[in-house]
Design a protein around this ligand. Sequence first.
Ligand SMILES: NC(=O)c1ccc[n+]([C@@H]2O[C@H](COP(=O)([O-])OP(=O)(O)OC[C@H]3O[C@@H](n4cnc5c(N)ncnc54)[C@H](O)[C@@H]3O)[C@@H](O)[C@H]2O)c1
Length: 471
Amino acid sequence: MKICCIGAGYVGGPTMAMIALKCHDITVTVVDMNAARIAAWNSGTLPIFEPGLDDVVKQARGRNLFFSTDVAGQIKQADIIFVAVNTPTKTYGVGAGRAADLRYIESVARTIAEHAETGKIIVEKSTIPVKTADAIKTIVASNSKGLKFSVLSNPEFLAEGTAVADLLNPDRVLIGGERTPEGEKAMATLAGVYARWVPRDRIITTNLWSSELSKLVANAFLAQRISSINSISALCEATGADVDEVANAIGKDSRIGPKFLKSSVGFGGSCFQKDILNLTYLCESFGLPEVAAYWTSVVGINDWQKQRFAARIVKELFNTVADKKIAVLGFAFKKDTNDTRESAAINVVRDLLAEHAKVSVYDPKVPAEEIRRDVLGKPSTGSGQEATDNPRLTVAKDAYEACAGAHAIAIVTEWDEFKTLDYAKIFAGMPKPACLFDGRNIVDLAALRKIGFKASGIGKPPGGRREGDVA
Ligand SMILES: NC(=O)c1ccc[n+]([C@@H]2O[C@H](COP(=O)([O-])OP(=O)(O)OC[C@H]3O[C@@H](n4cnc5c(N)ncnc54)[C@H](O)[C@@H]3O)[C@@H](O)[C@H]2O)c1
């Protein structure tokens, strides 16, 4: 069997590497039109950072895992074609700011119709609006060779930062297809691939629309949990309750459960916001404005949480951060990834720069030029210009350099190394009062206060005093 995956990104690369690792007899080729990305997949430095991924790729690459820019050639050879291209939020025309931009999906469908010489199973791996399979089917069916294609939906549930573990041991694999003999056969073929390492009872089959919708709904529910606890974090700060204690207390209820109740500066990543906006756009398109409004509020609370964090820094620093140095620790949207898409850090840094702070950012995995591009904006293609510069933004080589001489430290990503910094040494090098704002609740605020920091967390009682505390 030959598998081709179109799109060598955060999903296509790791997912295909795992299939190749587990199925020695299947040849897996990941193709992309981005030649630099393919070159990186073929090099010693992979284009994405994921714990454990280097090892998986090293084992399979050159054996039955290949990365190539020959999209047409690999389409011809493949029995199964995965489509894992990006489906960003549309930035123009009808649905701008909410609907999914399906131009990459459509272009792939057209390329398959043009180059395929035999019928194939086409698998939607990308997250797409419900009914996209219809569009793909119509486009590939219009091929001039009379070929028959089966279209399946197989959304990916991996989380960046834990992608390898998630792929190795998924909670479930979801496969949606048409309930026709051909559809059932295609679903059985794909299920047979996963069944090499995933227990059969975790491979779920549904109709196409349930599968497409389930991915959007899963992300909406996950994001909703974060916005729910984040909304409560504000109430905790106002009342003296501690959000981690509240989360622990409610999480013990088996109907609620303990996971995804960690309050923070707000969720980021390429998926949550995009997929909720996509869901709300769908709801409105189907005449359900009340449902759309309900889910829109999840994104609204997240935007507010990010603003609230930056505003709190300004307020605590006597309502002005102009010309004060602020160290921002972490820039990736979460730990253990180099992905910065929709990272809360972008908003926080921009808000602080707007207040004329001098911001020094440090992240262990995100390169300086990426940080500058994300904050300052990309120059328009072909303009030949650099991103507009802002001398107030600097990127430090480590946390100590970022914090040296800073009036305040803001922890924005929960990288483990920020838990064990020598905060006494850092404190000694800061003007006083020295403030620390923990946007991830990862450091010991009481210990920092002992050193002398004015330290605060998300949803934590101010100054660490709580009603009921023993003096
Ligand atoms: N990143 C995640 O954690 C995650 C998790 C689950 C699902 N998803 C979904 O998976 C899809 C892919 O996400 P990603 O994060 O891997 O995106 P990505 O941007 O990292 O990768 C997409 C790749 O597709 C390539 N591409 C686009 N059009 C192409 C074409 N016509 N021919 C060849 N290559 C083409 C791009 O060059 C890019 O390298 C999205 O729909 C996303 O919503 C992402």
